[in-house]
Design a protein around this ligand. Structure first.
Ligand code: G6P
Length: 619
């Protein structure tokens, strides 16, 4: 959901740094982009800090750097957009300038009261150039600047905004970056951090350059020293009295009081975020599942046992997640029932507020999130905290909001996932929830062994021949209008997840059902040649699911069986190993490959599907 990055420091190619950074953030939004560079004085002394604004519609990755002319500049900010308010066009692309063109702003989130603020500003004669909610921000700053300094103007502006937001501003002629956060992520990267002592909890940080971005990858090539801004906080970056140094200063939005922040050294590796020899990140990440599932199992035993203890003690455990993570959560209901004989509640992040009356200090909330920044999950956390609920985060992104606000964190360890459609994070999350169910049953070692065996089978399964087999099936069904997926027990949420995967990247209408539910309605949708993907178990439930498959076959459906054993009913057989309670993990992998090949055959970009974004930081 909108990627933002800004830079102030010693380097003189700020514009290029911003463009390179935006290319790394493209997964956040990719309908249009833009940046502003502050151009210092030339020999004729004419452009003292003047703004140079560039905006384009389209994906930034499709514009080579040679498209742009970068003037010498050490101060710039940029944005890659996922539209919320206003169509995709140049006018609505960020950065947005105030009507007097003195203030430039990039923003991620939604200003819920933008209509009222716009009216207020219009009454004062401000003319708007776009349909966005964002444009009120630079204009409010410009208004407050008439009566105060930049920090106060930004602080007062931030206080007026309702909704979740993160924005960065700069003013023509001032060597400053200033940013505020309330709900959407904002991270300060410090190039060449100069600590004054061992103490990393400081209110004024010295460095040779600073980045402020929505995500770490934007500046990972330059530094691993970061400060995470929390809600209600702002940061100001400006030149320090020391030559060639800059400093970052932190404040509260509410009253402007100075605050101390901790500088953290993160352990991310930049090279992991490149796609290497693979045609797309999605394919690379599918193949990485050879290792990631095993890595997910490498949990601190004490932490797993601690969470298992919390589940046992709780009066009501809720698993929450959104999108794919929500489907992962839905498997928990089946896994915990079967493995641990325990009932758990599952609900999408966006629906959690409906459960508020049932939350007490004995409730446990377990959030599953790849990014750790999904707004619907963070809103659920707010409610949980209010009610004294304990929280556990199963999160892939170190330092993310969910990770920082959870009482206990179980790291997913899948490494950075860049393709919008989640694959390796999904199976790693599934492995952790399965392990947790075993821990609750008091059988952690047994669970670990079973999952390690499954991981090694996945290692054997994921090879180019397997991928070719899926591509052949994709060729046969690439022009269908609709397809359906069924599964029973924990394979039912996997049928839902398979549907999401296929929808996201192939744009084919796909729907998942509980196997036994087809005959209660959806069977009417089956006609000659309609593909049905069926997760068919080998033991318990095989006969049940095969009867449901037969009902579809009898109506002309084309059956694609995902199973460890073939069957006469199958038109196509996708072989998977038999891995007991790890079956959902194994079953989803061929569907990820099928979705990938369908996307490529239908000429879609599987990494950046239309209308979507990797991390959704608005409600
Ligand atoms: C977005 C992404 C999905 C993802 C969901 C939850 O909608 O496009 O792929 O499953 O957010 O994201 P999270 O980061 O919380 O797992």
């Amino acid at each position: 959901m909108c990627g933002i990055i800004s830079y102030l420091g010693n380097r003189k190619n700020a514009g290029k740094l911003i463009v390179d950074g935006l290319k790394k953030l493209e997964y956040r939004g990719y309908d249009s982009f833009g940046f502003v560079e502050a151009v210092p004085s030339t020999s004729s002394g004419q452009r003292n800090g003047k703004f140079k604004l560039t905006k384009k519609v389209g994906k930034i990755s499709e514009f080579p750097s040679s498209t742009f002319h970068f003037p010498l500049s050490n101060l710039a900010l940029g944005h890659t957009r996922w539209a919320t308010h206003g169509k995709v066009n140049r006018a609505n692309a960020h950065p947005h300038l105030s009507a007097d063109r003195k203030v430039a702003v990039i923003h991620n989130g939604i200003v819920e009261n933008h209509a009222a603020l716009r009216k207020e500003l219009q009454k004062k004669g401000v003319q708007f150039a776009s349909d966005t909610d964002t444009e009120v921000i630079p204009n409010l700053i410009a208004e407050f600047l008439k009566r105060g300094n930049l920090r106060e103007a930004v602080r007062k502006t931030a206080k007026k905004l309702k909704g979740r937001f993160a924005f960065v501003a700069m003013v023509e002629g001032e060597k400053k970056l200033i940013a505020a956060r309330n709900g959407s992520p904002l991270i300060v990267g410090i190039e060449k951090f100069f600590p004054k002592s061992d103490d990393r909890l400081i209110s004024k940080i010295d460095g040779s350059a600073f980045f402020i971005a929505s995500d770490v990858p934007a500046f990972l090539n330059f530094t691993r020293d970061v400060v995470y801004l929390d809600d209600g906080e702002m940061v100001e970056i400006e030149p320090s009295p020391k030559k060639d140094h800059f400093h970052a200063h932190f404040f509260e939005i509410e009253n402007g009081d100075e605050i101390k922040k901790r500088v953290i050294s993160i352990d991310w590796k930049a090279e992991k975020a490149e796609k290497g020899d693979f045609a797309h990140f999605m394919l690379k990440e599918i193949f990485e599942q050879k290792e990631t599932i095993e890595r997910a199992l490498n949990q601190d035993e004490r932490q797993i046992e601690k969470v298992a203890g919390l589940i046992r003690k709780s009066f009501g455990t809720f698993f929450i997640g959104c999108g794919t993570a929500g489907k992962v959560c839905a498997t928990a209901e089946y896994l915990f029932a079967k493995i641990a004989r325990r009932h758990v509640n599952v609900i999408f992040g966006s629906e959690f507020d409906t459960q508020e009356p049932f939350l007490t200090e004995r409730t446990l909330l377990i959030a599953v999130s790849q990014s750790g920044e999904t707004a619907d999950v963070l809103e659920a956390y707010k409610i949980a905290k209010k009610r004294g609920v304990q929280t556990v985060g199963v999160v892939n992104t170190e330092g993310s909001s969910v990770a920082r606000h959870s009482d206990v964190v179980l790291p997913v360890n899948a490494g950075m996932e860049k393709a919008v459609a989640s694959t390796k994070a999904t199976t790693a999350q599934l492995a952790i929830l399965t392990l947790l169910a075993y821990a609750v049953a008091g059988k952690l070692d047994e669970g670990r062994q079973m999952l390690a065996e499954a991981a090694s089978q996945i290692n054997d399964l994921l090879n180019p021949r397997y991928s070719e087999h899926l591509e052949k099936i994709a060729r046969k069904i690439k022009n269908v209008e609709s397809l359906y997926i069924i599964g029973k027990a924990a394979d039912y949420p996997m049928a839902l997840e398979a549907a999401i995967k296929l929808q996201e990247v192939s744009y084919i209408h796909a729907e998942g059902f509980a196997a036994g539910e087809l005959k209660h309605g959806p069977l009417a949708l089956i006609s000659r040649g309609t593909p049905l993907i069926a997760f068919v178990p080998t033991g318990e439930y095989r006969a049940d699911v095969l009867s449901n498959v037969a009902e579809v076959q009898a109506r002309g459906g084309r059956i694609i069986g995902v199973s460890a054993e073939n069957d006469d009913l199958f038109d196509e057989w996708i072989r998977v190993p038999n891995v007991g309670n790890a079956q959902p993990i194994v079953n989803i992998i061929p569907i990820q490959l099928l979705a990938y090949h369908l996307a490529v055959l239908r000429k879609n970009n599987p990494d950046l599907p239309r209308n979507l974004a990797k991390s959704v930081t608005v409600k």
